[in-house]
Ligand binder design. Sequence first.
Ligand SMILES: [Zn+2]
Ligand SMILES: [Zn+2]
Length: 380
Amino acid sequence: MINQTIKEKVKAYMPEMKALSDWMYEHPELGDEEYEIYNRLVEKLKIEGFQVEEQYLGIPTCFRAEYDSGKPGRTVAYLSEYDALPDIGHGCGHNLICVSGLTAALVTKALIHEVGGKVVLLGTPAEETNGAKVDMADKGTFDNIDVAIMTHPGNQNFATVGSLAMLAIEFTFKGQTAHAAASPEKGINALDAVINTFNNLNAFREHMPSDGRIHGIITEGGVAANIVPDRAVAQFYVRANEKETVEYLKNRLINCAKGASLGAGTEMSINYYEKAYDNFKTNKKLTEVYYENAKAFGLEDISFERSRSGSLDAGNVSHVVPTIHSIFKLSSEELISHSREFASATLSDYAFESMEKTVCAMVKTGYDILASEGLLSLIK
Ligand SMILES: [Zn+2]
Ligand SMILES: [Zn+2]
């Protein structure tokens, strides 16, 4: 009975959400610059009767929207992302994440008077770079929330993701410019320090824990071939299954850079240029609830857990509150995430039909928590 009601209510929102998601595809905004979609979401939520805290935690495109049934009960939060990627737009499909969270919050609001409690929608900017969820997890956003629920498009249906812990580290080397041919002996070459950092790292790779991933680029490496570079910069991401391994790999990478800097005669400084992400922690009981709901709404081919790959700021959330981060199948073809093809697929009917079923499962899972205190204590 409730499943039929959820189905109908979710379906009714689909044309509006398709229009919004397609508009986002046409107007991609980078992390922490998602002003247009932020304004649209805040306006919509206010019209729907949500109490909206704008520029939440001092982040310009972050919000917390709450709808209170006025009856005592539990609190369920849905999460929306809306940042795009440079050059390829919504190649990670965050336009679909945005509208799935929004629809789930609106439909839960429509059902909440029966069961009591509150529904929250969190607008979480900059997942691809400086994840606002990290601040949210650190600053107590989830202290009054019982479960957090979101989804992400991908190649297959999964009830939960595995994700890697990650940190972002940047090395800047300072040397001395000189004429590269007339007085090379007066120069100190900062680019050498960068190149040797990569060489030291590549030698270390043979001995790295097998789940480790270190990948980097050179962001500055000199300005002209006849000037000895006095400044060179390299950025790396370090990832592994657990935070402790990331810490170990980071220290080894720093030693690679220190050795390279000493050899080149440069000075080195370190900058953590983005926030560190935790691995994703699966709550088994909550995921079972979602998994059964997903099957009931027609996602029969859903698998329980995706093997670990990539990193998510939802990882940090999962360490402070039971969290669902499901994956739904975007296309009948296998697509590469962070590609233009992936972005185009977010426009398809296939993607929307798959998302519609997923949103039903998100709503039903939230509804189950709101309706049963016993279930929540099992989850916790
Ligand atoms: Zn991405
Ligand atoms: Zn993503």
